[in-house]
Design a binder for this molecule. Structure first.
Ligand SMILES: Cc1cc2nc3c(=O)[nH]c(=O)nc-3n(C[C@H](O)[C@H](O)[C@H](O)COP(=O)(O)O)c2cc1C
Length: 305
């Protein structure tokens, strides 16, 4: 029997729990030659801002033993380009499109939410209040529970779309942030964003990244991400999209057992452009092997005796 894999993330109906992590899958066309996008539970597109952004100075990527550091700095062509040029391509596919948004100010978030609310083909918003490598906005909002709540309130008053808030691990208590944005009306949570890190070139005796610091992602961050999902699942009742170092179905199952209702695949896409579908097939196989008829049976199962 085919296991039931569909999930509902704060009002966004996904046919399976596998989606993409923002910034690692572009707007989709880059990966369409490798996988059938229709197989994904949803697509979360690259971070979008009100105006186009050049991003940070180069170098912007460093490989690390078990992942990478990036300081892209939200380079993107802006929300109008996204709506006019990228969204039409994505509407050819049968999958919810979730738009990841970032702002320098609270007003930016409201304006972005309003623009995307009136664009057809957007299923929901993922609110990045957790980017560690941009000067304004970003982590500034994501590390203070009251500022984070304010961003959510403004977005909720500008759109009827489901609002998923993406949290940072670069805080003392991720649960304080989760509780605060849940009270402000968030419909779901995404965690985690990257972990602040840096690398130094020992020959040049200088930081490698043009931005000096960047965000660490990939398998190195997975135990931190699983811990965050575990803690937040216990603290709030919202559905969670778990991410951080997922490269295999086993990794994805670990997040689901910790409390994630869906999972996002990020850095693994750069290594294997078919990672998302292979992870999906592996989740299905796990369900068959262990007699799980509905993926819901696994969500948070590690919390139960
Ligand atoms: C190159 C790169 C760009 C990213 N851009 C964004 C972004 O624009 N918005 C965002 O919320 N997260 C962004 N992220 C964070 C990822 O979506 C994800 O949260 C993080 O990489 C952890 O997952 P992973 O270890 O599977 O990559 C980016 C990550 C990478 C590696």
């Amino acid at each position: 029997m085919k296991p039931e894999l569909s999930v509902n993330i704060g009002g966004i109906k996904m046919k399976n729990p596998v989606t993409t992590a923002s910034g690692t899958f572009g707007y989709g066309p880059e990966y369409a030659p490798y996988i059938d996008l229709n197989r994904l539970g949803a697509i979360v597109v690259k971070g979008t801002t009100l105006k186009s952004r050049q991003g940070n100075p180069t170098p912007r990527i460093v490989e690390t033993p078990s992942g990478m550091l990036n300081a892209i700095g939200l380079q993107n062509p802006g929300v109008d380009y996204f709506i006019e040029r990228a969204l039409p391509f994505l509407s050819n596919f049968d999958l919810p499109v979730i738009v990841n948004i970032s702002g320098d100010t609270v007003e930016d978030y409201g304006l972005l939410a309003g623009k995307l609310d009136s664009a057809s083909g957007v299923a929901g918003l993922e609110v990045n209040i957790s980017c560690p490598n941009v000067k304004k906005g970003g982590l500034q909002f994501g590390s203070d529970p009251e500022s984070a709540a304010e961003v959510v309130r403004v977005i909720k008053s500008s759109t009827g779309l489901p609002v998923i808030v993406k949290l940072s691990p670069n805080v003392t208590s991720i649960t304080d942030l989760a509780v605060s944005v849940a009270e402000a009306g968030a419909d779901a949570l995404s965690l985690i964003n990257t972990i602040l890190g840096m690398a130094i070139d020992i020959k040049a005796r200088r930081p490698v990244l043009g931005n000096i610091m960047g965000g660490l992602s990939g398998p190195a961050v997975r135990p931190v991400a699983v811990r965050c999902v575990w803690q937040v699942y216990k603290a709030v009742k919202l559905p969670i999209i778990g991410m951080g170092g997922i490269v295999s179905a086993e990794d994805a199952i670990e997040f689901i057992l910790a409390g994630a209702s869906a999972v996002a695949v990020g850095t693994a896409n750069f290594v294997n452009p078919r990672a998302t579908v292979e992870i999906l097939e592996g989740i299905e196989e796990y369900c068959r092997k262990y007699g799980c008829r509905d993926i819901q049976e696994l969500v948070g199962a590690a919390h139960r005796q």
